[in-house]
Design a protein around this ligand. Structure first.
Ligand code: FES
Ligand code: FES
Length: 171
Protein backbone atom coordinates (compact mmCIF):
# COMPACT_ATOMS: atom_id res chain seq x y z
CA UNK A 1 0.00 0.00 0.00
CA UNK A 2 1.43 3.42 -0.83
CA UNK A 3 1.64 6.49 1.36
CA UNK A 4 -0.32 9.66 0.64
CA UNK A 5 1.65 12.89 0.77
CA UNK A 6 -0.19 16.17 0.42
CA UNK A 7 -3.06 14.39 -1.29
CA UNK A 8 -0.94 12.41 -3.75
CA UNK A 9 -0.23 8.70 -3.51
CA UNK A 10 3.47 7.92 -3.45
CA UNK A 11 5.42 4.69 -3.47
CA UNK A 12 7.34 4.03 -0.31
CA UNK A 13 11.13 3.72 -0.50
CA UNK A 14 12.56 0.24 -1.04
CA UNK A 15 14.98 0.81 1.83
CA UNK A 16 13.06 0.48 5.12
CA UNK A 17 15.74 2.52 6.91
CA UNK A 18 14.78 5.80 5.19
CA UNK A 19 13.33 8.29 7.64
CA UNK A 20 10.10 10.04 6.78
CA UNK A 21 12.03 13.31 6.73
CA UNK A 22 14.58 12.01 4.21
CA UNK A 23 11.79 10.48 2.17
CA UNK A 24 10.06 13.86 1.93
CA UNK A 25 13.20 15.87 1.31
CA UNK A 26 15.42 13.56 -0.72
CA UNK A 27 12.95 11.32 -2.53
CA UNK A 28 10.02 13.68 -3.13
CA UNK A 29 11.89 17.01 -3.22
CA UNK A 30 9.58 18.39 -0.56
CA UNK A 31 12.15 20.44 1.32
CA UNK A 32 9.75 22.45 3.51
CA UNK A 33 10.26 20.20 6.53
CA UNK A 34 13.76 20.99 7.75
CA UNK A 35 16.50 18.81 9.17
CA UNK A 36 17.67 20.80 12.17
CA UNK A 37 19.03 18.32 14.69
CA UNK A 38 17.97 14.97 13.16
CA UNK A 39 17.49 13.62 16.67
CA UNK A 40 14.10 14.82 17.87
CA UNK A 41 15.22 17.91 19.73
CA UNK A 42 14.26 20.92 17.62
CA UNK A 43 10.89 20.35 15.92
CA UNK A 44 12.02 21.73 12.55
CA UNK A 45 10.97 18.49 10.83
CA UNK A 46 7.40 18.45 12.18
CA UNK A 47 4.72 17.25 9.78
CA UNK A 48 1.17 15.99 10.24
CA UNK A 49 0.27 12.32 9.82
CA UNK A 50 -3.46 11.66 9.81
CA UNK A 51 -3.81 14.99 11.62
CA UNK A 52 -1.26 14.25 14.36
CA UNK A 53 1.99 16.18 14.59
CA UNK A 54 5.08 14.01 14.49
CA UNK A 55 8.82 14.50 14.25
CA UNK A 56 9.60 13.11 10.83
CA UNK A 57 13.33 12.74 11.60
CA UNK A 58 12.50 10.09 14.20
CA UNK A 59 10.06 8.19 12.00
CA UNK A 60 10.64 5.67 9.27
CA UNK A 61 8.71 6.28 6.07
CA UNK A 62 7.58 2.65 5.91
CA UNK A 63 5.85 3.04 9.29
CA UNK A 64 3.27 5.20 7.59
CA UNK A 65 2.21 2.89 4.80
CA UNK A 66 -1.43 3.70 4.05
CA UNK A 67 -1.33 6.95 6.04
CA UNK A 68 -1.84 10.53 4.94
CA UNK A 69 1.07 12.92 5.44
CA UNK A 70 0.62 16.67 5.29
CA UNK A 71 3.70 18.84 5.05
CA UNK A 72 3.92 22.60 4.78
CA UNK A 73 3.75 22.32 0.99
CA UNK A 74 0.24 20.87 1.26
CA UNK A 75 -1.32 23.53 3.47
CA UNK A 76 -2.23 26.16 0.88
CA UNK A 77 -5.56 25.53 -0.81
CA UNK A 78 -6.10 26.61 -4.43
CA UNK A 79 -3.22 29.05 -4.14
CA UNK A 80 -4.51 30.63 -0.92
CA UNK A 81 -2.30 30.39 2.13
CA UNK A 82 -3.60 28.62 5.21
CA UNK A 83 -4.83 31.28 7.69
CA UNK A 84 -1.99 30.38 10.05
CA UNK A 85 0.56 30.96 7.29
CA UNK A 86 -0.96 34.39 6.69
CA UNK A 87 -0.91 35.14 10.40
CA UNK A 88 2.79 34.22 10.66
CA UNK A 89 3.51 36.82 8.00
CA UNK A 90 1.27 39.46 9.57
CA UNK A 91 2.59 38.89 13.10
CA UNK A 92 6.28 38.63 12.20
CA UNK A 93 6.32 35.03 13.37
CA UNK A 94 9.57 34.38 11.55
CA UNK A 95 12.96 35.83 10.80
CA UNK A 96 15.17 33.38 8.89
CA UNK A 97 12.20 31.04 8.40
CA UNK A 98 14.12 27.84 9.02
CA UNK A 99 11.89 26.68 11.86
CA UNK A 100 8.67 28.06 10.36
CA UNK A 101 7.31 25.03 8.47
CA UNK A 102 7.72 22.94 11.60
CA UNK A 103 6.19 25.64 13.78
CA UNK A 104 3.12 25.91 11.56
CA UNK A 105 2.56 22.16 11.22
CA UNK A 106 3.11 21.74 14.94
CA UNK A 107 0.63 24.49 15.80
CA UNK A 108 -2.06 22.92 13.63
CA UNK A 109 -1.53 19.57 15.32
CA UNK A 110 -1.46 21.23 18.72
CA UNK A 111 -4.83 22.89 18.17
CA UNK A 112 -6.28 19.49 17.35
CA UNK A 113 -4.89 18.13 20.62
CA UNK A 114 -6.47 20.97 22.60
CA UNK A 115 -9.81 20.45 20.89
CA UNK A 116 -9.68 16.77 21.80
CA UNK A 117 -9.08 17.73 25.43
CA UNK A 118 -5.52 16.42 25.63
CA UNK A 119 -4.00 18.08 28.73
CA UNK A 120 -0.55 19.62 28.93
CA UNK A 121 1.86 20.12 31.82
CA UNK A 122 0.24 23.49 32.62
CA UNK A 123 -3.43 22.48 32.34
CA UNK A 124 -4.60 23.25 35.85
CA UNK A 125 -8.02 21.60 35.98
CA UNK A 126 -8.71 18.55 33.84
CA UNK A 127 -12.44 18.66 34.68
CA UNK A 128 -12.98 22.33 33.86
CA UNK A 129 -14.33 21.80 30.35
CA UNK A 130 -12.70 22.99 27.14
CA UNK A 131 -9.03 23.89 27.54
CA UNK A 132 -8.46 27.62 27.13
CA UNK A 133 -6.05 28.78 24.46
CA UNK A 134 -4.04 30.76 26.97
CA UNK A 135 -0.53 32.02 26.34
CA UNK A 136 0.80 29.59 28.95
CA UNK A 137 -0.91 26.64 27.27
CA UNK A 138 0.30 27.64 23.84
CA UNK A 139 3.88 28.29 24.94
CA UNK A 140 4.04 24.97 26.79
CA UNK A 141 2.54 23.01 23.93
CA UNK A 142 4.83 24.62 21.37
CA UNK A 143 7.94 24.19 23.51
CA UNK A 144 9.17 21.33 21.36
CA UNK A 145 9.64 23.69 18.43
CA UNK A 146 12.77 25.74 18.87
CA UNK A 147 13.40 29.03 17.06
CA UNK A 148 17.00 30.11 16.97
CA UNK A 149 15.94 33.59 15.88
CA UNK A 150 13.78 33.97 18.97
CA UNK A 151 10.59 34.80 17.08
CA UNK A 152 8.53 33.27 19.85
CA UNK A 153 6.34 36.30 20.55
CA UNK A 154 5.35 36.60 16.90
CA UNK A 155 4.69 32.86 16.69
CA UNK A 156 2.40 33.08 19.72
CA UNK A 157 0.57 36.08 18.30
CA UNK A 158 0.08 34.31 14.97
CA UNK A 159 -1.50 31.32 16.70
CA UNK A 160 -3.71 33.61 18.79
CA UNK A 161 -4.74 35.60 15.71
CA UNK A 162 -5.71 32.42 13.88
CA UNK A 163 -7.42 30.41 16.57
CA UNK A 164 -8.54 32.87 19.24
CA UNK A 165 -9.17 36.22 17.57
CA UNK A 166 -11.14 34.61 14.72
CA UNK A 167 -13.25 32.68 17.19
CA UNK A 168 -14.01 35.88 19.10
CA UNK A 169 -14.93 37.62 15.85
CA UNK A 170 -17.43 34.85 15.08
CA UNK A 171 -19.08 35.07 18.50
S1 FES B 1 15.19 17.64 12.83
FE1 FES B 1 13.63 16.48 13.76
S2 FES B 1 13.45 17.30 15.76
FE2 FES B 1 15.16 18.35 14.90
S1 FES C 1 12.74 32.08 12.32
FE1 FES C 1 14.86 31.57 12.31
S2 FES C 1 14.94 29.75 13.50
FE2 FES C 1 12.90 30.44 13.74
Amino acid sequence: MPITVNGNERDLPDDPRVSLLDFLREHLDLTGAKKGCDQGACGACTVLVDGERILSCLALAVQYEGCSVLSIEGLALNGALHPLQTAFIEQDGLQCGYCTPGQICSAIGMIGEIRRGVPSQVTADLSAGPIALSSDELRERMSGNLCRCGAYNGILQAILQTYVDQRRAAE
